[in-house]
Design a protein around this ligand. Structure first.
Ligand SMILES: CC(C)(COP(=O)(O)OP(=O)(O)OC[C@H]1O[C@@H](n2cnc3c(N)ncnc32)[C@H](O)[C@@H]1OP(=O)(O)O)[C@@H](O)C(=O)NCCC(=O)NCCS
Length: 196
């Protein structure tokens, strides 16, 4: 079982985006094969810049260990049984960055640009706030424009630009952009869940 004891928000919940019914729920260890199949269907450009190689079963096993330890919380977006994307919040209570969370979001390409990424980033952002994390960051390469647009629209600001810090699958290096947000200043009015 994943340790989701810190999550106060209720799951599952549903919405429709661009005519697609979408259900959000917390990831469980039993989702291992589903995540692997999702990763293997990603386009080359996404695979080039994966923060960790989610096509590798060993990486998914470590992810699942982190779910069980409560160090990673992942929200999955599904249409029926099909995985459309996920958003994760990573933190580590034994590091000096224990007050900082990191968000990662990855969607199926044909579902991008309809607001789903922003909803999912906001879900894990709200969980970070509930957990008492004080700062949330997102790492991206400078050409991951969707990621930058998504977090800018949530109020994140550039924190650092680190030259040649990312090595893509192609063996080339790219600049790493870190965007961050002070959660302590976060307002509930930024909640993007549709109101019913
Ligand atoms: C990053 C990602 C999750 C964004 O999800 P998305 O559903 O496409 O984004 P949204 O439609 O919610 O867009 C959110 C905002 O970003 C902007 N945006 C989205 N894609 C953009 C792009 N390519 N260029 C510029 N802005 C963009 C939108 O205009 C929107 O701004 P608004 O709220 O002010 O209108 C998605 O593109 C993705 O999975 N990319 C590949 C993986 C990746 O780069 N992950 C980032 C690591 S955290």
């Amino acid at each position: 079982m994943a340790d989701t004891s810190v999550v106060k928000r209720t799951y599952p919940w549903q919405t429709a985006i661009n005519g697609v019914e979408i259900s959000f729920r917390l990831m469980e260890p039993s989702d291992r094969e589903k995540i692997l199949a999702f990763a293997h269907a990603l386009p080359d450009h996404d695979l080039l810049f994966l923060r960790t190689d989610v096509t590798d079963p060993k990486v998914i096993d470590e992810w699942i260990e982190n779910l069980k330890r409560g160090r990673t919380i992942t929200i999955m977006a599904e249409n029926g049984d099909e995985l459309l994307g996920y958003a994760s919040l990573h933190h580590n209570e034994v590091l000096w960055t224990r007050h900082v969370g990191e968000i990662r979001v990855l969607l199926k390409p044909d579902l991008r640009g309809f607001g789903l990424g922003k909803i999912m980033a906001n879900e894990v952002f709200a969980i970070a706030k509930d957990m008492g994390l004080q700062k949330v960051m997102v790492q991206m390469t400078t050409d991951q424009r969707g990621a930058r647009g998504m977090v800018e629209s949530l109020g994140f600001r550039p924190e650092a630009l680190l030259a040649d810090f990312v090595m893509g699958r192609d063996g080339r290096t790219y600049d790493l952009l870190i965007m961050s947000y002070d959660v302590t200043g976060f307002s509930d009015t930024a909640d993007t869940r549709p109101r019913r």
